[in-house]
Ligand binder design. Structure first.
Ligand SMILES: [Zn+2]
Length: 115
């Protein structure tokens, strides 16, 4: 039986901040993620997804933790959601890669100074 959508914690990333605090992530627990997501889509889920839907802000489930329980949800909620978000981190990694590339080009230029 395919149970990869049951008893999971999931992280939603919003394309834009959904409230005045600039919150851009929602972390939740679902006994059945497919049911829960359809509830979010229909505006029957959390207030944040309802707000996002009403304002036309796109959102996606970016990460799922399998075999989770409410303790796991509490532990994850104590962390910084952005640090858990692969979507945000992918952008951060790309920016870091650009910086590293810049540093590398400086490093490559340095030997000529030693000549
Ligand atoms: Zn994110």
């Amino acid at each position: 039986m395919d149970d990869c959508y049951t008893n999971v914690c999931y992280l939603i990333h919003f394309d834009e901040p959904v409230n005045r605090s600039g919150v851009q992530h929602y972390l939740g627990y679902a006994s059945d993620l497919r049911v829960r997501i359809s509830q979010h889509r229909m505006g029957k889920g959390a207030g944040m997804t309802r707000n996002a839907n009403a304002r036309g802000i796109g959102w996606r489930v970016v990460r799922v933790w399998r075999d989770a329980d409410l303790d796991a949800e509490q532990a994850l909620k104590a962390m910084v959601p952005k640090n858990l978000c692969p979507y945000c981190n992918r952008r951060a990694v790309r920016q870091k890669a650009r910086l590293d590339a810049g540093q590398n080009s400086q490093v490559q230029g340095r030997p000529s100074l030693d000549v």
